[in-house]
Design a binder for this molecule. Structure first.
Ligand SMILES: NC(=O)c1ccc[n+]([C@@H]2O[C@H](COP(=O)([O-])OP(=O)(O)OC[C@H]3O[C@@H](n4cnc5c(N)ncnc54)[C@H](O)[C@@H]3O)[C@@H](O)[C@H]2O)c1
Length: 257
């Protein structure tokens, strides 16, 4: 059987790399999309290859239509197929600013990377997945969106981030509806507080909150926690659950009294 090919955006580090490593360990070939120079991700690519994957690096900004098209052309050339898209690349605002003052520039930057770019990458990939499915009824593909607990938890010091992640949540449902007739499920993962370069700047704050009992499971989430959840989706373990959200948040979202 041919190996599945999985494209993970923002897989040069952090959660995306955790996802890519888990998928590689489970027998997928992996396309790593990120914006760094190739030498900055060479260690990551070596790790993926050591896990048995063929790893292709595409230096592509998800906000650029040309870069997205170039990346998919490179995947077609190298593998001739694509089974899985994981929309993981995302950014937090460069500065946390009160929504009474936050800038339009930051809003546009965050929305473009977290919502608009992934939406149109999904559109291009979805058309390719449908094409493959029409050619082969046994074709097995899925799409996974990485949103955040911020899709529903309001943080007025980073409103643009919360709005972008709420948008990712609706995008998940839209694509689930549109692709259902082709047997292509679309899922969403909502991570809680995960230890990555993105959260390095707020490590002390969250160490304290976690120590004080913020989470039911008293530890930081790790990239491999997200990787395991994505692997479950890619394996087809929850194939009858298209459009659903899987929380990976250590129990954060359970309201308590
Ligand atoms: N870390 C957390 O606590 C946490 C919690 C909830 C959700 N998330 C989400 O998980 C995803 C990954 O976060 P992370 O913590 O690993 O962040 P990170 O900053 O450590 O890694 C993100 C990666 O995405 C890449 N990237 C950024 N902009 C890009 C673009 N335009 N095109 C392609 N790649 C781009 C970066 O270069 C980086 O390698 C993000 O969508 C984030 O919003 C993170």
């Amino acid at each position: 059987m041919k190996k599945k090919v999985a494209l993970v955006t923002g897989a040069g580090r952090g959660i995306g790399l955790g996802i890519a490593k888990r998928l590689a360990a489970e027998g997928c070939d992996v396309v790593v999309c990120d914006i760094h120079e190739e030498r900055a991700v060479s260690g990551a690519l070596e790790e993926l290859e050591a896990l048995g994957a063929a790893a292709l690096y595409c230096r592509a900004d998800v906000t650029s239509p040309e870069a997205r098209a170039g990346m998919l052309a490179a995947v077609r050339k190298r593998f001739g197929r694509l089974n899985v898209l994981v929309n993981n690349a995302g950014v937090a605002p460069k500065v946390r600013a009160d929504i009474l003052e936050a800038s339009e520039e930051s809003y546009e930057w965050v929305m473009k990377i977290n919502l608009q770019g992934p939406y149109f990458l999904t559109q291009a990939v979805a058309n390719w997945l449908v094409e493959q499915r029409k050619a082969d009824q046994a074709f097995d593909g899925c799409i996974v969106n990485v949103s955040s607990i911020s899709a529903t938890v309001a943080s007025p010091s980073r409103g643009e981030y919360c709005i972008s992640k709420a948008g990712v949540s609706m995008a998940t449902r839209l694509w689930a509806v549109r692709l259902a007739e082709y047997g292509i499920p679309v899922y969403e993962i909502r991570p809680g507080i995960i230890e990555t370069p993105m959260t390095a700047a707020v490590k002390e704050k969250y160490d304290k909150l976690i120590g004080e009992g913020l989470l039911l499971q008293q530890r930081w989430g790790q990239p491999e926690d997200i990787g395991k959840a994505v692997a479950m989706m890619v394996r087809g373990d929850i194939a009858y659950s298209t459009g659903q959200v899987v929380m990976v948040d250590g129990g954060f979202s359970i309201a308590r009294l």
